[in-house]
Design a protein around this ligand. Structure first.
Ligand code: URA
Length: 251
């Protein structure tokens, strides 16, 4: 329940947090603060109304009350690996991560078992929700290799939208750039089940290889081999924080 509240309320007053964590009265907390016994991110804090977040480091009377550090990772997902935190039968993407806060991590979106490319992981629920929210329109670009030739009419059909019978809907306009007879870049602004494969499937053209190149303005770091990961840079985290960016409407 507490974790759920943190998602809804990203910041709260320091005195309220201390009262609940220390099971103390408002008066006791006030005295601690006035006595210089409380530190936020290493510095003494006396203001009871100071806003603190779920990743603030908070100490009271020398004891650590909260020490969660925000973790943001980009992973080059390899083939043959499940986009889940654990899986009974197969290797999961989390099995590839060796990080002290590994157990706190969750995925910002998923890729199919044999799809490769950019996958984002974090313990910041607000951030991952912003990326995965269906209405967010965050651009996701895939490199697609197919069995048969990709002709220019694919671009028109993908821009107009493909009817998905099961969901009874038409897909959002998508952008296709043909790179070679059987190779293209496809940018989607939504994420439906097996969406890329189903879109090419509507032409009866099976996808042979699928690789996610980027999400919004953040591209997979080319120095990462399949299975490797690195921390996101602060500017990458900011770019992905609710940025509609590349999801601007298509002309
Ligand atoms: N579309 C697919 O069909 N598969 C993926 O893994 C991602 C998008």
């Amino acid at each position: 329940m507490r974790g759920f509240l943190w998602v809804l309320i990203p910041v709260m007053r320091l005195d309220r947090l201390l009262e609940s964590r220390l099971a103390s009265s408002a008066r006791q907390v006030r005295l601690l603060l006035l006595g210089g016994e409380v530190r936020v991110d290493g510095a003494v804090e006396r203001d009871p109304r100071r806003q603190v977040g779920k990743f603030s480091r908070i100490e009271a009377e020398g004891a650590l009350l909260q020490a969660r550090e925000a973790v943001y990772l980009m992973l080059h997902k390899p083939r043959g690996c499940v986009s889940a935190t654990r899986d009974a039968r197969h290797r999961s993407v989390l099995d590839l991560v060796d990080h002290p806060q590994r157990e706190e991590l969750h995925l910002a979106g998923r890729l199919d078992f044999n799809t490769t490319g950019l996958l984002l992981l974090s313990n910041d629920g607000d951030w991952t929700s912003a990326i995965t929210q269906p209405g967010q329109g965050m651009a996701k670009t895939y490199r697609v290799e197919t069995r048969d030739e990709i002709t220019p009419d694919y671009a028109e059909r993908f821009r107009a939208g493909i009817f998905f019978r099961y969901e009874n809907l038409v897909t959002q306009p998508a952008e296709l750039r043909i790179l070679a007879p059987r190779l293209a870049l496809l940018t989607l602004f939504e994420g439906r089940y097996h969406q890329v494969k189903r879109m090419f499937g509507s032409f009866r053209n099976p996808v042979l290889a699928l690789h996610r190149v980027s999400i919004a303005e953040v591209a997979l770091d080319e120095s990462l081999a399949p299975g490797e990961y690195r921390a996101l840079l602060p500017e990458e985290i900011a770019l992905l924080r609710g940025a509609p960016s590349a999801g601007d409407p298509l002309p």
